[in-house]
Write a protein that binds this ligand. Structure first.
Ligand SMILES: *[C@@H]1O[C@H](CO)[C@@H](O)[C@H](O)[C@H]1NC(C)=O
Length: 218
């Protein structure tokens, strides 16, 4: 079944879909048209214990200002009997992007949507690193859902302006590496979480990457 993360967010937020891509973004140049056709995901390759084959979907939003990643298996567990790899999940995504000529985008923020069933002694860290193949600098975002927390966790993490990376001008095929990691820690060895139905203490459902567009300088 095709899974559309943007629809899933709509379901998660029940009518608060506007939260998914907050209006705040880099101020775009006046002379460019921000639209969906400015960017296409031409391929997405992924691996990691948080995104086994078939469990990750990618999409862009309808005006080209965001990329969305939907996770089916990014689930972390904690408590007696769980291994380190069950406490820490990761997913490395290599996106190949077609970018409209004369345009550049920077990475502005990430909004994480997760389901949390965390008792008071347990906390999570969800973090991501982003890098383009054309530069050796990276940006990061990090979010820390802490127990006690039951329900939907939605948090936008803004990349400070000075730490943002941008697609290279004059390059119409960009490769963007995104590595997302989720880990649980507990202040007591017996603390667990989750629920009686067997749902995990923390599962990441979607990650929305907000893009700020501007024109390349001639
Ligand atoms: C993205 O795909 C659309 C539809 O196929 C196309 O019209 C548009 O030119 C593409 N954009 C880029 C930047 O390749």
């Amino acid at each position: 079944m095709y899974f559309n993360p943007l629809q899933a967010i709509g379901l998660l937020l029940l009518g608060r879909a506007a939260v998914a891509f907050p209006a705040e973004s880099a101020s775009p140049s006046a002379n460019i048209l921000i639209q969906a056709s400015n960017i296409n995901i031409t391929s997405a390759v992924f691996s990691g214990n948080g995104c086994p084959a078939g469990s990750l979907s990618t999409s862009k939003n309808s005006d080209g200002t965001g990329l969305a990643f939907g996770f089916d298996k990014m689930e972390a567990w904690i408590g007696p009997g769980y291994t380190l790899s069950e406490k820490t999940r990761n997913c490395a995504i290599t996106l190949t992007l077609a970018v409209r000529s004369g345009y550049t985008f920077e990475l502005v923020s990430t909004t994480y949507h997760a389901r949390a069933r965390l008792p008071a002694q347990v906390k999570g860290v969800i973090s991501s690193q982003y890098a383009f193949n054309t530069a050796n600098t990276a940006s990061t975002t990090q979010s820390s859902p802490a127990g006690p927390l039951q329900g939907i966790y939605t948090q936008e993490e803004v990349i400070p302006k000075s730490a943002r990376i941008a697609s290279a001008c004059g390059v119409e095929k960009m490769v963007l590496q995104i590595s997302t990691r989720m880990t649980l820690t507990a202040s007591s060895a017996s603390a667990s979480g989750g629920n009686i139905e067997g749902d995990p203490p923390l599962s990441l459902a979607t990650q929305l990457l907000q893009l700020g567009w501007s024109a390349c300088k001639k």
